[in-house]
Design a protein around this ligand. Structure first.
Ligand SMILES: [Zn+2]
Length: 138
């Protein structure tokens, strides 16, 4: 089967599997983000859509990525309040973030252990524990 058609089918199946309707915009955005393990910001997704000649508004890109994150299709990684990345790998893992290049990179879960977690406030449980290690070029 043609790779593009195959990817389109896979993306649409995935969107449906997670309970969303595979609209044209969701499918196009999914084809950019979900083809392999990657991290992209909303701006980067918007830019790639433009390069492919698709005119999808920034608002639609943001709304779609938020919906993808809400439904568990992608993982949202907030590096700082102004920078959020969308991660096609949804199993828990940690990241390096290079503040000089803006690149987000996976840390294999076996390569990092988190110990000595402080006592949690009463009546709470850990929901998520993903660490972003910020690095810079020497
Ligand atoms: Zn990642």
């Amino acid at each position: 089967m043609d790779d593009v058609i195959e990817l389109k089918t896979k993306v649409q199946e995935k969107i449906k599997l997670y309970g969303l309707r595979p609209t044209r915009a969701r499918t196009r955005i999914g084809m950019i983000l979900l083809d392999k393990p990657k991290h992209l910001s909303a701006e980067q997704v918007h830019e790639k859509l433009k390069q492919k000649g698709y005119s999808i508004s920034k608002a639609t890109v943001y709304n779609t990525l938020n919906a993808f994150a809400e439904y568990g299709i992608v993982n949202e990684v907030t590096v700082d309040p102004s920078r959020t990345y969308y991660d096609s790998t949804t199993t828990p893992h940690h990241h390096f973030f290079n503040i000089d290049t803006g690149q987000l990179q996976d840390i294999a879960s076996d390569d990092m252990n988190v110990e000595n977690i402080p006592r949690l406030p009463d009546n709470t449980q850990i929901q998520d524990l993903e660490i972003v290690v910020k690095i810079s070029n020497k």
